[in-house]
Every structure is written in C-alpha cells, then in structure tokens.
Design a protein around this ligand. Sequence first.
Ligand code: UD1
Length: 384
Amino acid sequence: MTVKIATVVGARPQFVKAAMVSRALQRVGAQGGAEAPREIIIHTGQHYDTNMSQVFFDDLGLPASRHNLGVGSASHGEQTGRMLIRLEAVLQQERPDIVLTYGDTNSTLAAALVASKLHIPLVHVEAGLRSFNKRMPEELNRILTDHAADLLFCPTATAVQNLRAEGITQHVYNVGDVMYDATLFFATLAERRAAHVRRLSEGKPYYLATVHRQENTDNPERLAGILEALGRLNEVVIFPVHPRTASALRQHNLWGLEGSPNGIRLIPPVSFLEMLNLEKHARLILTDSGGVQKEAYFLNVPCVTLREETEWVETVAAGVNVLAGACTERIVSAVDRLRHGALSQTSGPLARQPFGDGQAATKIVEILLRFPVVSTEAEKRHRV
Ligand code: UD1
C-alpha cells in the first residue's frame, strides 16, 4: 500500500526541517516497492516574501507545494482561523493517511487542530520542547500540538521528559534533531556562499545578530535595550532583519536599513545556506531564535540568547550559550565573558552531542512508515 503523507509547513524554520524529512522519504521512494510513500506539501502561506519562503524551497530542494493556502499576515486568531478553514477543505479533498507537521508556529497548530478533528493521524516533529513561558505564542502552539499528536518525535532527552511530565508517554521517540541533520548536510554546500559573507563583512571579523521574537519586537524598551547593546560592542555586527523586526524598527523610529550606528550592518533576511555560512564564520552570535542558538552550538560559535529562557537548555548547560534577556548591561557583560572564554573554561568542552547523530530524518521515516494508519478508501470516507 502507498502511504500518502500531507506535510503542512508555513514558516521559515519549517521549510528547513521538512526538507530533511522529505529527502529521507524520497530515498525510500527511490528504493521502490509497494511501501514507497507519497508526500504532498501544503504551504499555509504564513511566510510569503520570496526571501522568507521560495528561496528556502530552491536552496534546500524541498518539493514544490501542491497547495498554497495564501493566508498571509494577520493577528494570531485571524491568521490561524484562515488556516483552519482552508486547510480543512484541502485535507478533505486530499484524504492523506498522515498529517506531518513541524515545530511551534501558527501553521503547526492549525495542522494539529484540523488533522485531529478529521481523525487523520497527526505526526509532530520537534515535539516536547517547552520554555515554560505561556506568554509566548509558540509555547501554546507546542503544548496543544503535542497533546493532539498521535506520533511524537523529540529532538532531545529533555523533550521526552517534558512530555512525560504532561502525561504523554505513548508513541514518543527521541530521534535527535532534524536541524542538526540539516546543519551537517548543508554545511559544505553553504561554503559556496562564502563570497557573500566576505562582501558583507569586508573580510573583517564580525558578530552575527538576529531578533524576531514578538516579546522583543513588540516591546520598544526591550528592542531598544538590545540595539543599544549591539551598538556598544564596538564590533562589526551583521544583522539580517526579519520583516516583523523591520516593521518594529520603523514603527518605533529606531534604526533603519540606512541609519544604523557604525559597524552595524542591517541586511534583508538571508537564505538558509547564506545564514549557515554567516553563522559558521561569526566570532559570536546574538539571537532570540531557537534555531540559530542550536546552529551556533553545532558550529561551535559562542552564543548570547536575547531571551530570559530557552527550550534548548543543553546549549546553556554546555557553557557556550548565555541567557541575557534584552537588558543592555547583561548582554554586553555576557558577550565579554564569552569573548574571554570564562564560561567555556569553567564548563569544559562540549561533552556529548545531545541532539542525536545527524540521522534524525531517517529514523523519523523508518518509524513513521511502521505506524499503523487507516488505509482503505472506505475507512477514509468514513473518517472525513
Ligand atoms: C513565525 C513563528 C515563529 C518562528 C518565525 C520564524 C508563530 C506564532 N511564530 O514568527 O515561531 O520563529 O515564524 O521566522 O507562528 N512578514 C512579512 N513577510 C513574510 C512573513 C511575515 O512581511 O513573508 C511580516 C508581517 O508583517 C507579519 C510579521 O512579519 O505580520 C510576522 O510574521 P508571522 O508569520 O506572523 O510571525 P513571525 O514573526 O515570522
């Protein structure tokens, strides 16, 4: 029997994760046989700018989406509501055996709600992460998705424990982190973008910064605190600006792409390969992104996290990631400590790799294809 998998994605980091699993599915497909799975990609349209979406499909070889729901930007309720309406219609038409979704965005939550209400088995990749801060929209999305999911793939042992603490113990697998797979897989390819990095940094040593979390962009004091810190570092700082942040900078009359302090290079969002290259050659990274914190860890670059908490506690325990929030003094002092190696000396070198062995996507596909799914047309009709 051919298993039909509907992959639901919508935001930048999901394209990266889905690309790795999609490759693993295609490998099974290439081996032929009756078991070859069939994947269709459904893009909610949460991210729609070329450099937030299409460039990722192009760079990562993610198959073109069969459906784009075109939801665009709106408040959380409206954006998620549009997704629910449009995704329900598409899933009723497509009748997949499995819905596969990633991470913690509004697209993830929409996939979880629609699939579970249509009784289509739901698979969640990157399950079990918690910041324990329910003011983050992502925290709500994760909790709700994990509780709706039928099969849960965790990136770390911590994530498995988080699920257990909430009573979720069935069909939970620690397979490692697909972002680690992606970093290993694309690192060499990313080297081809080295000229881009040299151009941006003019060959000088540089720091890399990213800010996009709602808690930082929508609070002018926090955003100003971070910018003030970046300006005080006296370093070249390359700062790819997420559209949410660009609009906050405009709204609060803070830096513009043209008007930032000396050394700060504000640039438009970059592709995954360009980002990997920028990260790899940075002396230090400052970020509020979960993905970037981990990539810093994978690439052995010290990181200052511009949040009060992180889901990726392993990177902090290893002494190479410091939580500094949005307070100028804390950020500057964290950079100073990392720069002088104080933290890495006291905590020792990266011990074990807590994010798996770079084969997470292969393991996900092996387990997923063994998962019992409803398969006959009659059962599907009954289900939807
Ligand atoms: C979303 C995810 C976040 C993830 C991030 C990765 C949620 C709740 N948040 O946040 O977890 O880390 O994606 O980037 O799902 N915009 C554009 N062009 C685009 C996309 C967005 O201009 O292609 C602008 C719009 O003004 C929009 C704002 O960015 O209002 C925010 O976009 P949205 O998708 O709502 O959330 P993100 O901040 O990207």
